[in-house]
Design a binder for this molecule. Structure first.
Ligand code: GAR
Length: 208
């Protein structure tokens, strides 16, 4: 069984989707062994506690920069013997001192169709604001591996939703979470835990 460590910063609905998938037996070959939060008081911590999953808080605000924060996180991930790290609404950019230790072992969920509406400054509700501002007709979410560049690692899964004329950022965010994120994140985690993702020339392929 692979040890899955989930990193969170906020409400934790994606963490909840992973917990629900685990409880229904949909995550094969792995189990959530720990949840680490970058924020004290994040509701995601309550969700983990209710599910009986150990939690650790490493507050981002206690560290002067991303390097020192990533070093502290790395130490904890080693201690937890993480086989897979899932960024589920984790709002902190990781330094390469951490990402280089876990090549193709860190999975992120991004609430848009990469390579559009991603990179530094595109996170949370801001992504959906930019999408509506631009006027594109579809958006969605991307599950991808994390490398040293923001939102630039190999894409594992993507899902699309249509944009409606009266969408607000909040309505669009909710539709993308319900229809894409909460389904595809557990699916990608399960595929990883069953060793069903192959990397070739830096790209990810699902073994059918
Ligand atoms: C989700 O929509 C996730 O895709 C996004 O933040 C939200 C977190 O919600 N993540 C990012 O923007 C990361 N760049 P949650 O805490 O309820 O899972």
């Amino acid at each position: 069984m692979k040890n899955i460590v989930v990193l969170v910063s906020g409400g934790g609905t994606n963490l909840q989707a992973l917990i629900d998938a685990q409880n229904s037996g949909a995550i094969k070959g792995g189990h959530i062994s720990c949840v680490i939060s970058s924020k004290e008081g994040a509701y995601a911590l309550e969700r983990a506690k209710k599910a009986g999953i150990p939690t650790v808080v490493i507050p981002r605000k206690n560290y002067p920069d991303k390097v020192s924060y990533s070093m502290a996180l790395l130490e904890e991930l080693k201690k937890q013997q993480a086989d897979l790290i899932v960024l589920a609404g984790f709002m902190t950019i990781l330094d390469r001192c951490l990402t280089s230790e876990y090549p193709f072992k860190i999975i992120n969920v991004h609430p848009a169709l990469i390579p559009a509406f991603c990179g530094d400054g595109f996170y949370g509700i801001k992504v959906h604001e930019k999408v509506l501002e631009y006027g594109v007709k579809v958006s969605g979410a991307t599950i991808h591996f994390v490398n040293e560049f923001t939102d630039a690692g190999a894409i594992i899964l993507q899902g699309v939703v249509e944009i409606k004329n009266d969408d607000t950022p909040e309505i669009l965010q909710k539709r993308i979470m319900e229809q894409v994120e909460w389904k595809l994140l557990p699916k990608a985690v399960s595929l990883f835990c069953q060793d069903r993702i192959t990397i070739k020339d830096g790209k990810a392929y699902i073994d059918l």
